[in-house]
Design a protein around this ligand. Structure first.
Ligand SMILES: Cc1cc2nc3c(=O)[nH]c(=O)nc-3n(C[C@H](O)[C@H](O)[C@H](O)COP(=O)(O)OP(=O)(O)OC[C@H]3O[C@@H](n4cnc5c(N)ncnc54)[C@H](O)[C@@H]3O)c2cc1C
Length: 512
C-alpha cells in the first residue's frame, strides 16, 4: 500500500529540492504537480543557450556522487540511466595572485610560476596532492593525509547522524561523537582555527578553505564541522556530467515523469491558501487544489509573499537578521579559440583572503581585489560551444543586496576581464562573441531570491542543522518546505537530500 495514495500535492518551484521531493512523493503514491515560475525547470541550475553556446547558469561542480547514486537508487535506477559522468583530472587549477608566504621549495605540479603569482593543479590522485602540499610546507603532505582522515570521519558521521535526518534538537547536533573527536578538536569552532591547526602556509589554507564558497560562508563564520568538504573535494572527487549540470536536471525530470509527476512551467505562484486536505494554490493564470503543498521557492519569499501574515512561521525581523550567503557577479562568455591557460575549473585567489570575505560579509562592497572562479566546460565537452570556440563563465562572489546598476556592472566587467588577463594569462577581451551578465538583480527577479543571494542562508553556526528554518510549516498544517534554506542546506547534493527529508516527513505525518 502506498502511503500517499489518493493524495494530491503541489510543489512550488523546481530547484533540485523541489524536483527531488516530487519524485519521492509520486513514488509514495501522490498525484504531484510542480509549478515553476520560469520557463525552464531546475531553479538555480538553469541553462543559458545562446548562438550555439550552452552555459550552466548556476552549479557546475558535480560533487558527492554517492548522494546521486543513493537518490536514483531509491527508485531502482542509477545516474547512468540518465547521464554519463567523467571524473575530472586535475580537479581544478588555482592561481594565486600575490606572493604571500614563503615560495614553494619545488614545483611538484610541474607548472612554472608566473612572474605575478603562482599556480597549482590539484590532481585527482591524493598522493600527488600530498607531494604538492609538501612542496609548499615541510610536513604538509602528512598533514593533508591527517586532515583528510579527519574530514572523512566527519563526513561519515555527519551523513549518518544528521544530514539524512532532520535533527530538531541542538543536543543531537552536538552529539559528543560528532562535536569532538581527534584529540578534543571542536567541530563547532571555526574553519579558520581548524585549518590553522594543520597548515601554516597561507596558500594551503586557501586551498582548504575555498570549498566554503560552496556553503556560502567564510572561514571565520563557518563551523569546523564543514572540514568534511575536503573529503568531498579530495577523496570523492570532482565529476562532470556530460552536457553539464543541466543534464542532471533533465535526468531527474525524466525520472519524475516516469513516476507520474506533472510539470507546469511559466506559472509563478501568487498565493497559498487553506490547509491539509484543502489547499488552493494560485498562479498568475491557474488555480490548483491540493491536499498537501511543498514550497521549494526561497523560504522568505514563500512566507512573506505567498502566505497571509497570520500563517507565517517567522516574522520580518527573523528574515532581516539572517546571514545570507553571497550573491554573485556572473559573466557568461562565448569566446573564439581555446583557453589553454585555464582548466575546466579554475580558482583565482587574492593574497588578502580575509579582506575578500570582509567585503562579502562584514563591510559589503564590490571586491577591490576579487577572488573568483572560472569554468570552461568546453574543455571536457565539445557539445557546449561551436567548433573552434570556448564556452566559459566567470563567477565573482559578492555581498548580497549590493547595488548592481548597469554602470557598476559595466565597470566591474572590465575589472574582471583585466584581472583574468593579468593573473591567468588568458586575455579574452578581443575574442568575446557572446556575453551575458547575471547578478544581484537577476537573482532577485528570476528566483525571487531575498537580497539577491545566490545560495540562500549561509551555514553559520547559528544557521546550521537544527537552526535552519523548519521543513514543516509552523503555522499551516499540510505545508512543507524543501531546498537550500532547510536542512541539510546549500548545494545540489544537499538539496536533493532535503527532498528526501521533506518527503519522509510528509509520509510520516500522513501515516500518523
Ligand atoms: C552561481 C551558482 C553556482 C553554484 N555552484 C554550485 C556547484 O558548483 N555545485 C553545487 O552543488 N551547488 C552549487 N550551487 C548551489 C546550488 O545550485 C543550489 O544550492 C541549489 O541548486 C538550490 O536548489 P533549491 O532546491 O534550493 O532550489 P532553487 O534552485 O533555489 O529553485 C527554487 C525555484 O523556485 C522557483 N520559484 C520562486 N518563486 C516562485 C513562485 N512564486 N512560484 C513558482 N516558482 C517559484 C524559482 O524560479 C526556482 O526555480 C550554485 C549556485 C549558484 C547560484
Amino acid at each position: 500500500m502506498q502511503p500517499l495514495a489518493g493524495e494530491s500535492a503541489v510543489v512550488v518551484g523546481s530547484g533540485f529540492g523541489g524536483l527531488s521531493t516530487a519524485c519521492y512523493l509520486a513514488d509514495a503514491g501522490a498525484d504531484v504537480t510542480v509549478l515553476e515560475k520560469n520557463d525552464q525547470l531546475g531553479g538555480r541550475a538553469s541553462r543559458l543557450e545562446v548562438d550555439g553556446f550552452t552555459f550552466d547558469m548556476g552549479p557546475s561542480w558535480y560533487l558527492m556522487p554517492d548522494v546521486f547514486e543513493r537518490f536514483f537508487g531509491h527508485f531502482d535506477r542509477s545516474p547512468g540511466d540518465y547521464y554519463d559522468l567523467e571524473r575530472l583530472d586535475p580537479h581544478y587549477r588555482v592561481f594565486f595572485k600575490g606572493n604571500e608566504g614563503p615560495r614553494p621549495s619545488r614545483r611538484a605540479s610541474g607548472l612554472q610560476p608566473r612572474a605575478d603569482g603562482d599556480r597549482v593543479d590539484i590532481p585527482a590522485d591524493k598522493e600527488a596532492s600530498k607531494r604538492i602540499f609538501e612542496s609548499y610546507e615541510e610536513g604538509a603532505g602528512e598533514a593533508l593525509e591527517a586532515y583528510l582522515d579527519e574530514a572523512e570521519y566527519t563526513y561519515d558521521v555527519g551523513m549518518e547522524n544528521f544530514v539524512y535526518e532532520d535533527r530538531s534538537r541542538f543536543r543531537d547536533f552536538v552529539d559528543p561523537s560528532l562535536a569532538t573527536h581527534a584529540d578534543g578538536l571542536s567541530l563547532v569552532g571555526t574553519m579558520q582555527d581548524h585549518v590553522e591547526r594543520y597548515f601554516d602556509h597561507p596558500k594551503l589554507q586557501q586551498i582548504m578553505q575555498y570549498t566554503l564558497v560552496f556553503l556560502g560562508g567564510s572561514p571565520t563564520n563557518t563551523p569546523a564541522l564543514y572540514n568534511l568538504m575536503s573529503h568531498v573535494d579530495f577523496n570523492l572527487g570532482v565529476w562532470y556530467p556530460d552536457g553539464g549540470i543541466g543534464s542532471v536536471v533533465d535526468g531527474i525530470v525524466e525520472m519524475g515523469e516516469e513516476l507520474g509527476v506533472t510539470y507546469r512551467t511559466g506559472q509563478p505562484v501568487t498565493g497559498i491558501k487553506g490547509r491539509r486536505g484543502g489547499f488552493l494554490v494560485e498562479t498568475e493564470s491557474e488555480k490548483h487544489l491540493a491536499d498537501l503543498v511543498v514550497s521549494n521557492a526561497d523560504y522568505a519569499h514563500t512566507e512573506q509573499e505567498l502566505l497571509p501574515p497570520e500563517k507565517r512561521g517567522y516574522d520580518a525581523d527573523y528574515w532581516e537578521s539572517r546571514t545570507y550567503a553571497p550573491s554573485a557577479f556572473l559573466l557568461y562568455l562565448g569566446v573564439e579559440g581555446d583557453v589553454p591557460e585555464l582548466a575546466h575549473h579554475t580558482l583565482v585567489f587574492p593574497p588578502d583572503w580575509q579582506g575578500h570575505f570582509d567585503q562579502v560579509f562584514e563591510d559589503p562592497g564590490w571586491p577591490d581585489d576579487p577572488a573568483y572562479y572560472l569554468c570552461v566546460p568546453s574543455k571536457t565537452d565539445d557539445g557546449v560551444a561551436p567548433t573552434g570556440h570556448s564556452a566559459l563563465f566567470a563567477l565573482v562572489p559578492i555581498a548580497p543586496g549590493l547595488d548592481d546598476s548597469p554602470e557598476t556592472r559595466e565597470q566591474y566587467r572590465d575589472v574582471v576581464l583585466e584581472d583574468i588577463a593579468e593573473h591567468t594569462g588568458a586575455d579574452l577581451r578581443d575574442r568575446i562573441v557572446v556575453e551575458e551578465r547575471f547578478s544581484v538583480s537577476e537573482f532577485g527577479e528570476r528566483y525571487n531570491s531575498t537580497e539577491g543571494t545566490a545560495l540562500g542562508m549561509a551555514h553559520t553556526l547559528g544557521q546550521t542543522a537544527a537552526f535552519r528554518p523548519s521543513h514543516r510549516s509552523k503555522e499551516v498544517d499540510g505545508l512543507y518546505f524543501t531546498g537550500s534554506y532547510t536542512t541539510p542546506g546549500i548545494g545540489v547534493p544537499m538539496c536533493i537530500i532535503s527532498g528526501d527529508v521533506t518527503a519522509e516527513m510528509v509520509i510520516d505525518d500522513a501515516e500518523e
